[in-house]
Design a protein around this ligand. Structure first.
Ligand SMILES: [Cu+2]
Length: 379
């Protein structure tokens, strides 16, 4: 965010500070990235690690988010611009925009090959929003490198996302700019109520690491390396059950021994076999929100619901997921599957729900989409 808007050639020179990065950029892979590339003058914004932001950059980013909560959405004036993102994310779990195969479901944005391009487009639209709110065309979402305790500490500091919830106040977040009383959650997750869980709260809730079967922990550098070792993008059946040795997407999304996803009261519900580990993208959601029991019923933190973007840390988490995908792309991994034969919205030349404005393959590669990461994920 707040990065200098530099021409592409200059950005490439600027990033050539290590042999590894220069080597990657020198390969033809970057210029040969496929799909309907946006043409013309590409300026490249730089997404930084939260730990490297200045106090001014942090304040400007928070200011943009708080403002987005007060102005109407350009798509639906009955909700705020910020809440539009929460609603898109929640509604992506609806069965009627999913893909059903032999009783198992892929969602429009999760348990699906679209998981990575959908969230890339989503973050791109989030960037457009914060740029508009701040009046700063160089602002872009920073990333939370959850493998690095320094980055985690910076994310959850009192001058940024605020910290863990307060155990004496049902794990409400009571520190930082999004604390209880300051940040109001209005778009809720009906799936939780249909399952008979405790109702979601109208404020941010975090219970770091809490999980009924034993605490969960953030992924490590070794976990990221293992994911980057996958050489194929995705594989049939293109959902939570895609085999891990042939689905980089599923390794990064984090399903392990997934059950067939079901459709309950109109919402896709995905679970894993009891006792299988929660990992990568999924475990970061669970770690941040937490899952625990109150009065014999399940309670969850904000990041564990389908409405997880209600916690602004969502966007920094997904910037890191996108960074891992970008690293994999630059290392020359094979591109998106399926290329054809799937229902509309899942093939590489289709557009995605709910925007239908750009093809999936136009999202391959980051620099041609106007941004890069200050540092790639460990490879
Ligand atoms: Cu998501």
């Amino acid at each position: 965010m707040n990065s200098p808007r530099v021409p592409r050639a200059a950005a490439i020179i600027a990033v050539c500070t290590t042999l590894v990065v220069c080597g990657v950029l020198a390969t033809p892979a970057l210029s040969a990235l496929r799909g309907g590339a946006p043409s013309g003058d590409v300026t490249v914004l730089v997404r930084q690690d939260v730990k490297d932001l200045t106090a001014n950059q942090k304040a400007a980013f928070i200011g943009a988010i708080l403002k987005a909560k007060t102005v109407p959405s350009p798509w639906d004036p009955s909700i705020s611009y910020y809440d539009q993102f929460v609603k898109w994310h929640r509604d992506a779990f609806a069965c009627d925009v999913g893909w059903r195969q032999s009783g198992n479901w892929a969602g429009a944005a999760h348990n699906s090959p679209t998981f990575l391009p959908w969230h890339r487009e989503y973050l791109h639209k989030f960037d457009a929003m914060i740029q508009q709110m701040s009046g700063d065309p160089t602002m872009t979402v920073p990333y939370w490198d959850w493998t690095n305790p320094e980055s985690t500490a910076a994310v959850f500091s009192a001058d940024f996302m605020g910290g863990n919830g307060n155990s004496k106040q049902e794990w409400a977040v009571t520190t930082g700019p999004f604390r209880k009383g300051q940040w109001k959650i209005t778009i809720q997750d009906p799936a939780a109520l249909s399952k008979g869980d405790n109702p979601p709260k109208p404020y941010l809730v975090r219970n770091f690491g809490a999980f009924p079967a034993g605490a969960v922990t953030l992924p490590t550098v070794a976990d990221v390396k293992e994911v980057l070792d996958g050489h194929r993008y995705d594989h049939a059946p293109f959902n939570g059950q895609s085999p891990l040795d042939t689905s980089f997407r599923n390794r990064l999304e984090g399903w392990r021994e997934a059950n067939a996803a079901t459709c309950d009261s109109g919402w896709i519900d995905q679970s894993q076999a009891k006792g299988s580990p929660h990992v990568m993208h999924n475990v970061v959601h669970l770690y941040t929100g937490g899952v625990w029991e109150v009065g014999g019923k399940t309670s969850q933190g904000t990041m564990a619901y389908n409405t997880s973007p209600n916690d602004p840390v969502f966007f920094m988490h997904h910037a890191n997921v996108d960074r891992i995908w970008a690293t994999w792309e630059l290392e020359g991994g094979n591109h998106y599957k399926p290329t054809s034969g799937a229902p509309y919205g899942y093939n590489s030349t289709d557009t995605m729900w709910p925007w239908f404005d750009r093809t999936i393959n136009s999202w391959f590669g980051i620099e041609r989409n106007g941004y890069r990461y200050a540092k790639l994920a460990v490879g």
